[in-house]
Design a protein around this ligand. Structure first.
Ligand code: SF4
Ligand code: SF4
Length: 136
């Protein structure tokens, strides 16, 4: 008899549906100085100009600005700085808050259609560890 596959085996834990919702930056697209340097270099721009045009301060740290409801780098539904996008963007949806808090993870399922809605928190954490998503 063939063993029935679990839900997580039928569908990957995460498969991006390209909906673009995560680029709305509702939680803040936080950037580190070295990431600003990389993005400024990619855009052939000096860092002070990059900060002036694309970064705003917040109580939790510097973050990319939002324009028309989405990250300032959304252009034709694509990321203008994709090769050097911030770690938080490369890490999504495997954010620390979702890895340590099962309720946060369940809430994220409603925001990101790429997360398998039947996936358990344990499977999500395993997938993050296997993908090395917990390391910058
Ligand atoms: S919200 Fe999820 S499915 Fe949509 S683009 Fe972002 S990662 Fe992909
Ligand atoms: S930097 Fe790119 S991936 Fe990150 S939120 Fe902005 S457009 Fe989306």
């Amino acid at each position: 008899m063939t063993k029935a596959k679990s839900s997580a085996e039928k569908r990957p834990v995460f498969h991006c549906q390209q909906c673009g919702d995560c680029c709305a930056g509702r939680g803040g697209i936080f950037v580190r100085p070295e990431e600003v340097g990389d993005m400024a270099a990619f855009l052939e721009m000096d860092e002070p100009e990059f900060y002036r045009r694309f970064v705003e301060s917040s109580p939790l740290g510097n973050r990319l600005t939002i324009a028309n409801g989405v990250c300032v780098f959304v252009e034709n539904n694509r990321c203008r700085v994709h090769p050097v996008k911030p770690f938080i963007c490369r890490q999504w949806p495997f954010l620390p808050a979702l890895l340590v808090d099962a309720e946060e993870f369940e809430a994220a399922k409603g925001a990101c259609p790429g997360i398998n809605p039947e996936c358990s928190h344990a499977d999500f954490v395993d997938a993050a560890l296997q993908a090395g998503k917990n390391n910058p």
